[in-house]
Design a protein around this ligand. Structure first.
Ligand SMILES: Cc1ncc(COP(=O)(O)O)c(C=O)c1O
Length: 330
């Protein structure tokens, strides 16, 4: 019965458009003798990969009767999952409340509001984990008002990637005449992507190398959360045993890479973000990261190093990630 209900909802035209994204080759890498592909998740209806897990978590929750008595869906988000919750909630008639750090991008906040979701903004200076703790506090305080989806602990999150993203990657590579990949690289927000895809790929080929990039600050890269500092919350669903390498990503790298890539891969990347040139060009980031490397890196004022040549130095290949942090409760 539950399964039938879920399947009926899954045929909703909006939900049916989620996933099945193209796997695009980055030709640039061929010069180095590597075949490198990117999954174009931005073409999902909500504009990001988060549509996949959010759709699955919502369908399961509806099938389980979680919204009986007019209970609202509650979760925290750095922005993209929030768009998915708001968009799908509006389509399925589920009232949605989101706890979002106040420094999420204006465009994300505007889109969430446009779908009619209730927004609770937390102090940007408190960081992303504060929003997460606030959502948990609200859920515990008002159990009759909210059903807490908790994307950091909800197993439907990683299952969505196991059953769709990971499967699609294998099928798309097979259509290119290729087997399971040598390596897979992802960012970590909730850990759903790397856990679900990593599991699927390692089932197909146990020695697939799984790497993650971890931003040093929030919001260093939209959607990704810092994990490397003592006290950072580590998502309960993140399966660290799958990860062969974790590399820190200083937020200045984001600007350098985004500025350098478009000329070379013009069809894939949006217009260049401002390059860091000694003074930060981005007020929101500068404001939220007062001690950022941007203002302290000597020599960056006149000639910012090319992508990969800056102060960034990834840890040694093969090194296991050291994540001295607090694990979220399921
Ligand atoms: C655009 C984007 N990519 C990747 C991620 C990280 O995905 P996950 O939550 O599965 O770790 C997020 C998380 O919000 C995101 O918004």
């Amino acid at each position: 019965m539950k399964r039938e209900r879920r399947e009926a909802l899954a045929s909703h035209p909006l939900i049916a458009r989620i996933g099945g994204t193209p796997l695009v080759e980055i030709r640039l890498a061929r010069e180095a003798g590597v075949r490198l592909f990117a999954k174009l998740e931005s073409i999902n209806p909500g504009g990001s990969i988060k549509d996949r897990p959010v759709a699955r978590m919502l369908l399961q929750a509806v099938a389980d009767g979680r919204f009986a008595g007019g209970r609202r869906l509650l979760d925290s988000s750095s922005g993209n999952a929030g768009i998915s919750y708001a968009m799908l909630g509006a389509a399925l008639g589920i009232p949605v409340t989101l706890v979002v750090p106040g420094n999420a991008s204006e465009e994300r906040l505007a889109r969430i509001a446009a779908h009619g979701a209730e927004l609770i903004l937390t102090d940007p200076l408190e960081g992303y984990d504060f929003a997460l703790r606030e959502a948990k506090r609200l859920a515990e305080t008002y159990p009759d008002r909210y059903w807490y989806c908790d994307q950091y602990s909800n197993p439907e999150n990683w299952r969505a990637h196991h059953e769709t993203t990971g499967r699609e990657i294998l099928e798309q590579l097979a259509r290119e005449g290729l087997g399971p990949p040598d390596a897979f690289v992802a960012g970590v927000g909730t850990g759903g992507t790397v856990t679900g895809v990593g599991r699927r790929l390692k089932e197909a080929r146990p020695d697939t190398y799984v790497a993650v990039v971890i931003p040093e600050t929030f919001p260093g890269v939209e959607g990704l959360k810092p994990l490397g500092h003592p006290g950072d919350i580590v998502p309960a669903i993140l399966d660290e045993a799958l990860i062969d390498r974790a590399s820190p990503l200083p937020w200045t790298m984001r600007w350098r890479c985004a500025a350098g890539l478009p000329g070379k891969v013009s069809s894939l990347v949006p217009p260049p973000a401002p390059t860091c040139t000694g003074r930060c060009n981005s007020p929101p980031l500068a404001a939220s990261a007062p001690s950022s490397p941007c203002s302290t890196t000597p020599g960056s004022a006149t000639s910012p190093p090319a992508c990969g040549n800056g102060p960034y130095s990834p840890d040694a290949p093969g090194k296991r990630p050291a994540i001295p942090a607090v694990r979220s409760q399921g």
